[in-house]
Design a binder for this molecule. Structure first.
Ligand code: C2E
Ligand code: CA
Ligand code: CA
Length: 677
């Protein structure tokens, strides 16, 4: 298309040059012809006048004397003059006295141009003796038009032919000149322009046509090159912006995907191993929330530096967004060398960070996917590294994990569970069951623990199954709020149970990372007409101990608001006494695994009870299933008990019926158990 347009330009231009040269040439020839006509007419008129001057006298004599012989002599003399066709001598009555030659034909071209001078008349006079002159007749000359115009015609014809020839040659020369000086460089420019690649504007710049460097063509070419340069620069800028993370200056997700795809392409034929490490900071959100985004940004930059310093140069580190980083290790990696790098990375990030004057501890979880075994392309490698990263997070942070197929199944189940759990939460399909807690001293009701339930068809999905999913996906925040509100609403309805009724609600570690949790929890219970003093928040020992530094502020705020704080599953974690002292804890909950073996195997249970006594904390035993366990606990001075012996967790209505109806005392054979109030 572009090519044929260029060709036609050349032909059209040649035609135009030719036609205009011919038209202008013809017009000039016309003017020349007109001037020549004027000249020829003038010359013809002069010649005829001269002939008439010569003939006038003798003709008058012949007529006056009626001398036919004289007239004939006259005519014979003139006959040699080709330009004279016919002569007539007429008398005063206009009758022909003498004539010679034929009457010429009138009507050809020459007559139109010379008609007025082709016929010429002279009056003939005779001098009277008185000296007067008298007209005696007329001399008429008919000129030979062919002879008179012959000169003009040859002139016109020859100049027309030569002019035409000249015009055609001029036109052709112009066309060639234009072609060489204009069209050809233009076509070259056009061809160069066609070859310009918009994606790489500077790869093939326009060539300035030879000899045109300082004219308009050269100007156009260099201007276009300038524009291409600008395009190249802005493309480079745009690409930088599009492929780099503005905060750390590291490659972003787009760029990392490309880098990884390239690495895969290179590793494929060589069949070498390649590792993709997805690194996610632990507790980053907490740091961001507590120290502000400025500090968060500084931390991310510093993390970026440490990562880059840790891996070797040609191995690439990028930030995918948020607190996620991706590291591509290529060049034939063994599992061992990747694991070693992962360990080094974790070690680097576990060192304290100094942000302004603050010392901050973060850490990271790393998921690793290997090429070719864990994925054949960049996308699946990244996805599987992500799955492995979540598995590493599940270990409590600060760990790395290699991807395996089972993880995807788990991740799929997790995704599916999350979606339907979210639905259940939105559609109010979750329930809260209550398990009573009694005072061992008098068997009276102390309160209840709220335990969430998810009815699914005709069975209940255990919170042990879906709480971890909710924790991992963050849904636990909404879910926790919902359980707290429901428990608070029920507690408000059960106020007649007495001012001492204490509602216990389980709280996940994840909820304790939300800086606004204390304020929100207080608001929720107040909105239900209760105060935090009526509530105990149960936090598992492992959850608190894992991250004391970051949860301490939230726990303190909760305690300050009036909430009681129980350490759940106590004895299973690694609480150090010094940590326990720092925490604003009000209650220790002896884990079921230590209650099960009572009274025979009682070392741990007694230790916890005496620890509680020394620290002034309430102790409660969970999972009490036998009378013996209950009796032993009471004797040892444990304050509260909870377990199937007293009751399984019950739906609210049954709980009210069994434990809050003032008339009921339950169960008779298990001893001094009675409803409060
Ligand atoms: P947990 O806080 O240790 O709760 C006690 C679990 O032990 C409950 O299981 C309860 O039904 C069970 N249990 C109570 N007495 C006995 C007994 O005598 N024998 C036996 N064998 N088991 C007993 P459940 O309800 O399945 O809850 C499991 C875990 O799910 C809870 O452990 C808690 O960590 C979590 N959970 C439940 N509801 C919530 C909630 O609303 N929020 C949060 N964050 N976690 C919850
Ligand atoms: Ca609990
Ligand atoms: Ca427990």
């Amino acid at each position: 298309m572009g090519r044929s347009t260029l060709k036609s330009l050349s032909i059209r231009q040649a035609l135009l040059a030719l036609v205009s040269a011919v038209v202008i040439g013809l017009a000039l020839t016309g003017i020349q012809g007109f001037l020549a006509l004027q000249r020829e007419r003038q010359a013809a008129a002069t010649q005829i006048n001269q002939i008439m001057d010569l003939l006038q006298g003798p003709a008058a004599n012949a007529l006056w004397n009626y001398d036919n012989g004289l007239a004939d002599k006259l005519f014979t003399a003139v006959r040699n003059l080709k330009s004279v066709e016919r002569l007539e001598i007429r008398d005063s009555a206009n009758a022909i006295f003498a004539a010679s030659g034929e009457m010429p034909n009138i009507g050809n071209m020459a007559d139109h141009m010379f008609g007025d001078i082709l016929t010429s008349e002279r009056s003939l006079f005779q001098e009277k003796p008185t000296g007067e002159t008298e007209q005696i007749g007329t001399l008429i000359l008919y000129a030979n038009a062919d002879v008179i115009t012959a000169h003009l015609r040859t002139f016109l014809l020859s100049s027309l032919i030569s002019d035409l020839l000249r015009d055609v040659i001029l036109g052709l020369v112009l066309a060639v000149v234009f072609h060489f000086f204009l069209t050809r460089p233009l076509i070259k420019l056009g061809r160069d322009l066609v070859r310009v690649r918009p994606t790489e504007p500077l790869a093939i710049p326009l060539r300035v046509p030879a000899g045109h460097s300082n004219d308009e063509l050269g100007y156009v070419a260099s201007r276009v090159n300038e524009l291409l340069g600008q395009l190249h620069r802005s493309q480079t800028d745009l690409r930088r912006i599009a492929t780099h993370d503005p905060l750390t200056g590291m490659p972003n997700r787009i760029m990392m995907s490309e880098i990884l795809a390239d690495a895969v392409k290179k590793a494929m034929p060589a069949n070498t191993q390649l590792a993709v490490l997805l690194l996610d900071l632990d507790r980053f959100k907490h740091i961001n929330d507590s120290l502000g985004h400025g500090a968060g940004d500084k931390l991310l930059r510093e993390v970026g530096h440490r990562l880059q310093d840790t891996v070797q140069d040609r191995q690439t580190v990028g930030r995918l967004g948020g607190d996620e980083f991706l590291i591509v290790l290529d060049g034939g990696q063994s599992i061992e060398s990747v694991a070693a790098t992962a360990k080094r990375l974790l070690a680097q990030l576990s060192r304290a960070f100094t942000l302004d004057d603050q010392i901050v501890h973060t850490g990271a979880s790393i998921g690793i996917a290997m090429f070719p075994q864990d994925g054949a392309d960049a996308l699946s490698l990244m996805r599987h590294a992500d799955v492995a990263m979540y598995a590493a997070k599940g270990l409590g942070g600060g760990a790395y994990k290699f991807f395996n197929r089972a993880m995807t199944e788990r991740a799929t189940i997790m995704l599916r569970t999350e979606a339907s759990l979210r639905d259940a939460l939105c559609n109010n399909q979750l329930e809260v069951h209550y398990q009573p807690k009694i005072r061992l001293e008098d068997g009276k009701l102390y309160g209840a623990e709220a335990l969430v339930r998810w009815p699914h068809g005709d069975r209940m999905i255990s919170p042990a199954e879906f709480i971890p999913v909710a924790e991992e996906t963050g849904l636990i925040i909404e879910l926790g709020d919902w359980v707290l509100r429901r428990a608070a609403q029920d507690a408000a309805r059960w106020r007649h149970a007495g001012p001492g009724f204490t509602m216990a609600v389980n709280v996940s570690a994840r909820q304790l990372l939300e800086l606004d949790f204390p304020e929100r929890a207080s608001r929720i219970v107040r909105e239900c007409g209760m105060t935090p003093h009526n509530f105990i928040l149960e936090v598992t020992e492992s959850a608190v101990m894992r991250d004391v530094a970051n949860q301490l502020a939230v726990l303190n705020a909760l305690r300050a608001a009036g909430f009681g704080i129980a350490v759940d599953d106590f004895g299973t974690g690694y609480s150090s006494l010094s940590y326990l002292r720092q925490l604003p804890v009000t209650m220790l909950k002896i884990d079921r695994s230590f209650v099960i073996d009572l009274p025979e195997d009682n070392a741990l249970a007694s230790t916890v009870i005496s620890l509680g006594q020394k620290l002034g904390l309430t102790t409660i035993a969970e999972g009490v299933e036998t009378r013996e366990q209950l009796d032993w606990l009471r004797q040892e001075g444990c304050i509260l008990a909870q377990g199937y012996l007293i009751s399984k967790p019950l739906p609210a209505a049954q709980f009210v019926e069994k434990f809050l109806s003032p008339t009921l005392v339950l169960p008779a054979e298990t001893g001094p158990l009675s409803a409060a109030g």
